[in-house]
Design a protein around this ligand. Structure first.
Ligand code: B12
Ligand code: SF4
Length: 492
């Protein structure tokens, strides 16, 4: 069997980083880890090729070679997925689909032959065994969660590593919390399931052997879901693994209670973590109670962010407007918090209700659901009727995005952050590509960019005040350029 593993194209969005990738000559931020993992689960005698359409084209020759296409997608890739499925069917391929898009709306894809939904560790063997006996069904699904200690090392060799800005690996799935708007617990369960330290080291070794020295994203829903295992097993193993190796800084996602645990923070930094994405959502206690974000309540969130920055973890933050308890004053509150905290990458979105969440059920009961999710939570759209009124909410949203990503306030925030941040010890090795990126940035942002004044001011300030953070200042400038483009094109 010749199998194409196909990943549809992302539209130009906040997280696509398309405008930033041009500076570093990369095609995509991260690889499709689901498909690379799936590759390692297919029968050994099958021939497998990966076509990530974010980094390469799906050619006629690919389609002519294949007997079968396995497609994975998130909701945000809906349109590209539809086109790819159409092309595969025209060429007479058997199409198998899985991943988050199809888990939530498979009925909308009539052309797909088989849906192998939920975790492939459980559903793929059922499909493969039926395929062998020639009695396949259309839908394979399960409400169980698999034991990821049995998940194989992803088939890294399928990837063209040099086209990606970062690599990803996964240590755990699931989250112990239960935020009303979040579908992680429905998709991956409440009890965090973890891989063993040995599995993670094998995955890292695989990437390192292939020559990877760049960033690695631990794509866990909440990396600190099992603190005891982290402190006693995984982090000591990562600290030991790092000895004598170059580069490979880590970043991940975690809940804000990480800020309460100095030992954990220290160990994470020693293991090479330099950034963490945290769902801050809102600073309003009533809204935190409304969405059951209990772990964020009764805290000084600014102090938490600063503590993490001072220990060596850059904080990226998720923010939401449009809770029932929000009044129009929320917009200025969010702006003030973001500016003061020095959260440079602030993902701000309208409250949305993904299917499978408790919020979705509540909105349905209250008759407040409207249309389909766009799949992009930073595009100023929502599928619910907000208490505040959609126009007021959208206008306030545009105000936030226009403000925090304007040249003036963005660069001001970068400085606020660089002032606090403890420089990481693990650095990316300087190579010709990075040198070229610096040159390109100086020309595009420093000569032709609208922000040239702020750009040079930041660089001069960094050289004198935080020279060890110079390359981070450049990276922040490049990312700011992307965020501004996205805001100008789609939001403002
Ligand atoms: C890494 C990641 C990203 C990366 C994307 C990397 C990439 N190239 O895919 C980045 C940071 C760019 C990203 C962005 C976004 N993401 Co994202 N992301 C994730 C995250 C944290 C991990 C995905 C991953 O690699 N998992 C590890 C692999 C091994 O698991 P997997 O992909 O699920 O695959 C398994 C199964 O699903 C199945 N499977 C998957 N595909 C297929 C295909 C076939 C044929 C078969 C048989 C089986 C199968 O088998 C695999 C093994 O079990 C998930 C959360 C999560 N825990 O999955 C969210 C998640 C996928 N993201 C989500 C969303 C909403 C987004 C954003 C819109 C914004 C946001 N909130 O983050 C943006 C949109 C992207 C864009 N560019 O515009 C949602 C998707 C919801 C949906 N229904 O589509 C998720 C589920 C998080 C959430 N709960 O909200 N994301
Ligand atoms: S802490 Fe994060 S991952 Fe966990 S339920 Fe809340 S929003 Fe979802």
């Amino acid at each position: 069997m010749n199998v194409l593993l196909i990943y549809p194209e992302f539209p130009d969005t906040f997280w696509s980083f398309k405008h930033a990738l041009k500076f570093i000559c990369k095609k995509a931020v991260l690889p499709p880890l689901g498909l690379v993992t799936l590759g390692a689960m297919l029968p050994e005698n099958w021939s497998t090729r990966l076509v990530d359409t974010n980094v390469t084209k799906l050619t006629e020759a690919d389609l002519a070679w294949a007997d079968c296409a396995f497609i994975s997608a998130m909701v945000v890739q809906r349109e590209s997925a539809r086109q790819i499925i159409g092309r595969c069917k025209e060429e007479g391929l058997r199409v198998v689909a899985g991943g988050p898009l199809f888990a939530s709306e498979y009925e909308a894809f009539e052309d797909v032959d088989h849906f192998v939904l939920n975790e492939a560790e459980l559903t793929l063997p059922l499909f493969l065994s039926d395929l062998e006996r020639d009695c396949t069904k259309r839908v394979y699904e399960t409400s169980q969660f698999c034991d990821i200690r049995k998940t194989p090392v992803p088939m890294w060799a399928l990837l063209d590593l040099k086209r990606y800005a970062s690599m990803s690996i996964q240590f755990s799935r699931g989250c112990p919390f239960d935020c009303e708007f979040c579908n992680v617990t429905a998709l991956f369960g409440h009890r965090p399931r973890i891989k063993t330290a040995g599995q993670i080291i094998a995955e890292l070794d695989g990437l390192y052997k292939l020559g990877w020295r760049g960033q690695i994203f631990f794509v866990d829903d909440n990396f600190i879901g099992n603190k005891k295992y982290l402190k006693t097993q995984l982090l000591p193993a990562l600290i030991a693994w790092r000895k004598g190796k170059k580069g490979v800084p880590f970043f991940t996602e975690a809940s804000v209670n990480l800020a309460d645990d100095d030992v954990l923070i220290e160990m994470m930094v020693a293991a090479g973590f330099d950034s963490v994405f945290i769902g801050i959502e809102t600073t309003d206690e009533q809204c935190l109670a409304e969405c059951n974000k209990t772990q964020n309540k009764n805290r000084d969130l600014i102090a938490d962010v600063k503590r993490l920055q001072q220990a060596g973890l850059q904080v990226q933050g998720g923010f939401i407007v449009g809770f029932d308890g929000d009044s129009p004053s929320v917009f200025q509150q969010q702006i003030d918090f973001i500016q003061k905290s020095g959260i440079v990458t602030a993902m701000v979105g309208l409250l949305q209700a993904p299917p499978g969440t408790r919020l979705y059920e509540r909105m349905k009961q209250e008759g407040r659901l409207t249309g389909q999710l766009s799949g992009d939570n930073v595009d100023g759209t929502t599928n619910i009727i907000p208490h505040m009124g959609l126009n007021t909410l959208r206008e306030g949203y545009r105000r936030i995005m226009g403000y925090i990503y304007s040249d003036k306030y963005y660069y001001q925030r970068v400085k606020t952050f660089l002032r606090e941040y403890k420089a990481p010890e693990i650095r990316l090795p300087m190579d010709f590509q990075r040198f070229l990126a610096l040159f390109r940035t100086n020309v595009r942002l420093g000569i032709f960019g609208k922000e040239r004044f702020q750009y040079w001011q930041l660089l001069v300030w960094t050289v004198f005040r935080r020279p060890e953070l110079f390359s981070l200042a450049i990276t922040s400038a490049i990312q700011g350029h992307h965020f501004r483009k996205i805001c100008e094109q789609y939001i403002l």
